[in-house]
Design a binder for this molecule. Structure first.
Ligand SMILES: *Cc1c(COP(=O)(O)O)cnc(C)c1O
Length: 399
């Protein structure tokens, strides 16, 4: 019997759960876009966004999803024919590389597989081999949302520095910003980007490119950028419309203002700590379900390499898909699909699923979601080890 009535829980890695305050802030009439509150509100939002990315750099806001931020970041630093090096740790790294190819860039990929993070020594070697310094930028996903691998930007910075290579360091933080610790300036990242619908808890439709001084300088060597994607007017707008290259996305901005208030009332350190602790509770349950010949496997074995915002899991057979269906139909929980996990044995990746645990999320939501997964795995007949919910509750109790 379905027990799904009641408040649904979207446990996918974006869009994430939206706070009621964000939804309520969006429920208002269309504002005057020429002057007044919205103009002041947007100017006031810039420093609050910089505090999320931990940068004194500029921010360009686009009315776009994350794919738009991928394109914007590249269009402003490279001419067609320029070379970039992409460090791939899952589907999203490949997605950014494909975007670069579509813009006419020469793309080299270093693929680190789906289970281990970026190896700084291998990156350094590739950079040293580029003795003419032809790479304009090194691209990577801070968290690859498909594999749930988390790469340490400091490892990439160190490789660039050790090789004495001047390429820009560009971080896709779409799944991690506002969830995982990230220090754009202190860690030497030149461009970072995120979208509105993950750690920022706003509907999909806004994206943000943070531009450090080296990246601003690199823009000058790009001959032609479309008026829409050019970040120059957006980061230093003289007129209000230039923030957005046209009409402001008024209601997304109302939502974002509410979300930035929530974020800075909690504080970035506390947000990172909350995500890390809730992630540890999830991992403790997953480890128990996988023990005693249990079928559940976390994709990333090393906890130091795991995202605190998304967890990729395998349950074998078609049980990833079966579990997703069961919890949606019977319990009001929506889990993420497995992405990029296809193999010969499992050509459609049906053994896999993902838990999104980003943004507006607390201990009771996580414990409820884990209890629901246990019910679902029991109902579909997956073999799981005992003690998972106790293990998760203990992590929360001791936090
Ligand atoms: C979600 C996501 C994207 C893509 O964002 P869209 O808004 O779907 O275009 C890119 N990179 C990462 C790491 C993501 O998590």
């Amino acid at each position: 019997m379905s027990l799904a009535a009641g408040r649904p829980y979207l446990a996918i890695p974006g869009p994430s759960v939206m706070p009621d305050a964000v939804l309520q802030a969006m429920h208002q009439p269309a504002p005057n876009i020429y002057e007044g509150d919205i103009v002041d509100m947007v100017r006031g939002m810039v420093p609050d966004l910089q505090r999320v990315a931990r940068t004194k750099g500029k921010v360009a806001i686009y009315i776009a999803n994350g794919h738009g931020a991928w394109e914007a970041s590249l269009a402003n630093i490279a001419n067609p024919g320029d070379r970039v090096l992409v460090c791939v740790t899952g589907r999203f790294g490949n997605g950014w590389a494909e975007m670069a190819e579509g813009l006419g860039l020469e793309v080299d990929r270093l693929d680190f597989g789906k289970k281990t993070g970026i190896d700084g020594a291998r990156l350094e070697e590739a950079l040293r081999a580029d003795s003419s310094h032809s790479y304009k930028a090194v691209l990577f996903s801070h968290v690859d949302t498909a594999t749930s691998l988390r790469n340490d930007p400091r490892v990439l910075r160190a490789a660039l520095d050790a090789a004495g290579h001047p390429a820009l360091l560009m971080a896709d933080c779409i799944a991690s910003m506002g969830c995982d610790e990230f220090e754009m300036d202190d860690w030497g990242v030149d461009i970072a980007m995120t979208g509105s619908q993950k750690g920022l808890m706003v509907p999909p439709g806004l994206s943000f490119v943070f531009v450090g001084p080296k990246a601003e300088e690199a823009r000058k060597s790009v001959k032609r950028v479309s008026r829409y994607w050019d970040w120059t007017p957006r980061i230093d707008p003289e007129a209000f419309y230039q923030f957005f290259g046209g009409t402001a996305p008024t209601h997304h901005l109302f939502g974002l203002r509410a979300s930035l208030d929530i974020i800075h009332a909690e504080g970035m350190e506390q947000i990172w700590h909350r995500h890390a602790t809730l992630a540890r509770a999830i991992w403790a349950a997953c480890e128990a379900w996988g023990a005693d010949n249990g079928a559940l496997r976390m994709n990333v074995a090393d906890p130091k390499l795991r995202s605190h915002a998304v967890t990729a899991l395998g349950l074998g057979g078609k049980n990833g898909q079966a579990l997703r269906q069961w919890v949606a139909q019977n319990a009001g929980v929506t889990l993420g699909i497995g992405l990029g996990m296809e193999s010969e044995e499992d050509p459609r990746g049906e053994g896999f699923f993902r838990i999104g645990h980003m943004g507006h999320l607390n201990a009771h939501m996580v414990l409820g979601m884990l209890g629901t997964l246990q019910a679902g795995m029991t109902a579909i007949g997956a073999h799981i080890g005992p003690g998972a919910l106790d293990a998760a509750a203990t992590v929360i109790a001791e936090a």
